[in-house]
Write a protein that binds this ligand. Sequence first.
Ligand code: 13P
Ligand code: SF4
Length: 315
Amino acid sequence: MELTTDRKLNLQEQVKKLKKEKNAVILAHYYQEPEIQEIADFIGDSLELARKAAETEAEIIVFAGVHFMAETAKILNPSKRVLLPDLKAGCSLADSCPPEAFRKLKEQYPDHVVVTYINCSAEIKTLSDIVCTSSNAEKIINSISKDKEIIFAPDKNLGSYLMKKTGRKMLLWDGACLVHEAFSLDKLLELYKEHPSAMIIAHPESEEHILKVANYIGSTSGMLNFVRNSEHDKFIVATEAGILHQMQKDVPNKTLIPAPAKEDNTCACSECAFMKMNTLQKLYNCLKNEDPEILLEEALMEKAHLPIKRMLELS
Ligand code: 13P
Ligand code: SF4
């Protein structure tokens, strides 16, 4: 339900007040609703948010993002309270890699180095040697000794993109993100015909045929930087539509066009339903009640911490 402007401003004011009273910090992903981004202490991509979570001195972290991101923040801060406005804010990519099935694959290849994309559950992280995000994945893969074989999970699109970039053959888990697989190549090419001067920019979770026509491929922050620094003034953006809020603020005079999805939808763009489960009202409620909270077992956190720590040290 859409909030009235008064209600929105009122909730935002109350969140700011509570934040101060409780020494809480709000970390938000770029895919969150604008009204949440507006009150966040920090907005970032997965890597930047993990870094911020590792550095924060606040007692409470409210994570405006999805479950695996809040879990990562908790693993980095076991003694702090980490709140997620809606515990059901999951991720199709993380869900595509169930721990039991992944454990079986790992057992078949005991000598492979296991690299997992941060978009996976804490349990999958306990089965990993090193974690990566879309902004540091290439660097992480290149840091692994050439005589080692690699299992990469769970995103097959990012995995095959990385195989091309690094020249490394990897065993890929068959997972994908619903949102980034929703772009239509035919519609994108049609749109490009209407805007031939536009640069096509895409997130590496997108399918290979989309990445093939992209002028730039990068993480959420990578795309923001590209648009900010580019001499071009028109961009077709193939990633979750939430990024457009911050992007347009950064470059008010440039034209941003969301890449079209296969299915018809009103905004002709793709939205992550999981990210959008967090609302301003839920964020206010969770900060007020300090619930829902991410709770993980000590042993699981200890094990999952190692591959995340390795990633942060390397990037
Ligand atoms: P980044 O924030 O690393 O670009 O990842 C995008 C994403 O899909 C997050 O779930
Ligand atoms: Fe997961 Fe895709 Fe949503 Fe990111 S956009 S949280 S990868 S479902």
